[in-house]
Every structure is written in C-alpha cells, then in structure tokens.
Design a binder for this molecule. Structure first.
Ligand SMILES: [Zn+2]
Length: 402
C-alpha cells in the first residue's frame, strides 16, 4: 500500500485517515489490516474536486505533474477529472495488455475497435492493442458503415465494442466474415449466458467479456478461452476486496460468493484511491481455471447504481434482460424498463417493454416472477422498435416516470 504517499500528499486522505483514528502511515499497518480503513465513495471524490479545483484534495500531484487527464461521462452527476502521471499511463497500458490478451488475442492479429479516443477512459484501453502487438484498426463510435467496410476489406480476426453494439451489429454483419472473437465491455451483459449464446450464434464468433472502472483502471478483468468468468489482470498494482454492499462487511473469497468489488491502488501516483467502492456487483470464483491461470475470476451481476427495489426485492436490469433472453429466438433480447416513479423504490408491477412475439407476455412475466421474485407488467413490442445505441444501451428509461 502507499499510505505514506497519501499522508504526505493527499489532504483528503490525511483528514479521512485521521478521522478514522490513524495518526500516521505506521499506525495504518499493511494490507492484511486494510478492512479497518474507511471506504472511498465516488460522491466524496466529486465533492473533493468541487471544493478544491481542479483535481480535488484527494489528488496526490500538482496538475503540472499529470501526463493525461480523463473525465467521466457525468451521467450520474458532475464529470470527474481523472489524472494520470506518465507512470500511471504505463501501468494502465500493462493492465490493458494482460486484460485484452487473456482471450488469446496475439501479436499480428487484426482488431477493429469502436471506442473513441475522446475524454473517457475507455480510450485508454486502446493502448492495450499496441502493447499486445496487434494490428489495431480504430473506427470510432457510431460509425457502422466504416466498421462494416473494415470487416469486409481488412478481414480482422477480432472486434472490440459494447455488448449492445455487438447485438446491433449481429443484425448487420454479412453471414460470412473474418471475425473469430468479439471483446465486449463498457456495460454488463457480455457474461450473461443466454445473451452471450445469442450473440455468439448471431455473430458467428466467440464473445469474451472485459471489465474496468474509470476511477481505478480502464480495464481490470478479462475472460480467457474457457469463458468461465473474467480473470483479474492487475495483480501487484491494484488490491481487490469483496464486500457486502449493505453492511460494508468484508466477504472472504470463495467459489460462488457474491458482493460488491472494492479497489485500492497500490502504485498509482496521480490520484490513488483507498478502498474505492465500485458499485459493481459480481459473483466470484477462486478455484483454478481450466486455462491454467489461478487468478480470481468474476462475472458482473449488475451495478448498484442501476438497481431498482421492487417491494423490497433488489432488481438488476441486466438480470431482467438475462431472463428475457432465454426466450430467444422468439424475442430479440432487447428490453426497456419504464419505472412509474422517478426513484429506486418501485411498487409492482414494474412495466417492462420486450421486443418479440406478442404471445409471450404472460410467459415472460411468470419467468421473471420465478427467477427474480418480483411482478413485472410485460408489454411486447415489435422487433427493432426499442432504441439501439452504439455505446451503452439504457435498460431503464425514467422519461415517463412521475
Ligand atoms: Zn481461465
């Protein structure tokens, strides 16, 4: 851990650790005692940056020492600036190399990417392809014509995009193409089995999930050919914990355990975070993978940020999509939840639009009740009538909520 650096350079962490009863780095101790330290929440970082512009009191550098400054999308508040030093940029590149090569992508293979190199950290993942030695073909966001032309003329083996865009593309790609692997990330879904199977058969390529979190590292977890959950790729650089999201209690690592991921930077220079709550809910595996790696594996269940509570039951939109996807090919897999209230807590039945065969409404509602323990009001709509996006497709739409 780099607690000394935090005490020395981050007024935010100095105050936070002192308030928690730690007067010095020595008092904090090592990683084995990390559970005694306070969490860091995203809202605290926003508040710190608003009160101490431009980088916030949590930053451990002067802005002149930054090599790059990304920003978050600000979909859930004011955009947050994420500074990186030259060394931090190099570490992200190394973690990205491990993440994106886990599935077998190797030097000399051609990969088309649809991430923008714009202000968001997703662009940082692009460095991973150079680190691997792959032939990188960037086409940018929302450029389907360019992408289809690149697939036809450059014959790439791999494509990197969001799962929603992969679904959209599966309806556009020619039957015969060169793609063997599609690397999906940026939103949950790629690891949901029915959705993945649908994608794989529609695309005629293997789908591998990737997950990162901007505040920590652009990519952190990547799947291997066994597709048995995403392997942790940042050993030695980032410490990971699993907690109960309601109580904050640390959960032991074991096969099948679920909880929220919490991260601590071990070497970050610019804006090191201590026990950062990711809001990513995962299922975890610790047993050795059939690929021979022993690293932790996770599958994303959903984000606490998107979660709705329907009469006391936690509902992850991605879990709803997973249940609906079982009915393929009589559904397309696209859904849109339209809550009646502009709030996390909802009264049943929860209105959900589903693309597909109109006769399925009652059957899907029953399947959701059986699998997820809440009552849904299913409205079937014709295929291709729900909005498609080339970045993250929204699964929840509050626009008609009161
Ligand atoms: Zn593996």
């Amino acid at each position: 851990m780099q607690v000394e650096r935090l005490f020395e350079r981050s007024a935010f962490y100095r105050a936070k650790l002192r308030a928690a009863g730690f007067s010095s780095a020595q008092a904090v101790g090592g990683l084995d005692r990390i559970a005694e330290l306070p969490f860091t929440e995203k809202d605290e970082l926003r508040a710190s940056q608003a009160a101490h512009p431009p980088l916030g009191a949590h930053a451990a550098i002067d802005i002149s020492q930054a090599a790059r400054i990304y920003s978050t999308s600000g979909t859930s508040g004011t955009p947050l600036y994420i500074p990186l030093t030259r060394q931090d940029v190099g570490q992200w590149r190394e973690i990205g190399r491990r993440t994106y090569s886990c599935n077998g992508l190797k030097a000399g293979e051609r990969v088309v990417t649809t991430y923008g190199a714009g202000p968001f950290v997703a662009g940082a993942a692009l460095a991973a392809f150079e680190a691997i030695g792959a032939v990188h073909i960037p086409v940018g966001v929302g450029n389907t014509d360019k992408l289809l032309a690149a697939v036809e003329r450059l014959q790439p083996e791999a494509l990197a995009c969001t799962p929603s865009y992969a679904l959209y593309l599966s309806e556009k790609l020619p039957r015969k193409h060169s793609l063997q692997r599609v690397l999906v990330g940026g939103e949950p879904g790629g690891g949901e089995q029915p959705f993945r199977e649908k994608l794989q058969s529609a695309l005629g390529a293997k789908v591998y999930e990737i997950m990162g979190i901007g505040d920590i590292a652009a990519s952190l977890w990547g799947e291997c050919p066994a597709q048995a959950g995403m392997h942790f790729s940042a050993e030695g650089l980032i410490h990971v914990e699993l907690i109960d999201p309601d109580t904050g209690a640390v959960k032991g690592f074991s096969d099948g355990e679920t909880g929220e991921l919490v991260y601590t930077h071990l070497q970050r220079e610019a804006a090191p975070l201590l026990r950062f709550r990711s809001r990513d809910q995962v299922r975890m595996w610790t047993s050795p993978c059939s690929c021979g790696r022993n690293s932790l594996r996770v599958r994303c269940i959903g984000r606490t940020d998107d979660m709705l509570i329907v009469r006391g039951v936690n509902v992850f939109p991605s879990a709803v999509r997973e249940v609906v996807a079982r009915f393929q090919p009589r559904v397309t897999g696209a859904i849109l939840i339209q809550p009646r209230l502009r709030a996390v807590r909802q009264e049943p039945p929860l209105p959900i639009m589903v693309e597909g065969d109109a006769a399925l409404a009652q059957t899907i509602a029953r399947a959701i009740r059986d699998a997820l323990a809440f009552t849904a009001e299913i409205r079937m709509v014709p295929p291709q009538s729900l909005p498609r996006s080339d970045y993250k497709s929204r699964l929840v739409d509050f626009s008609s909520a009161g």
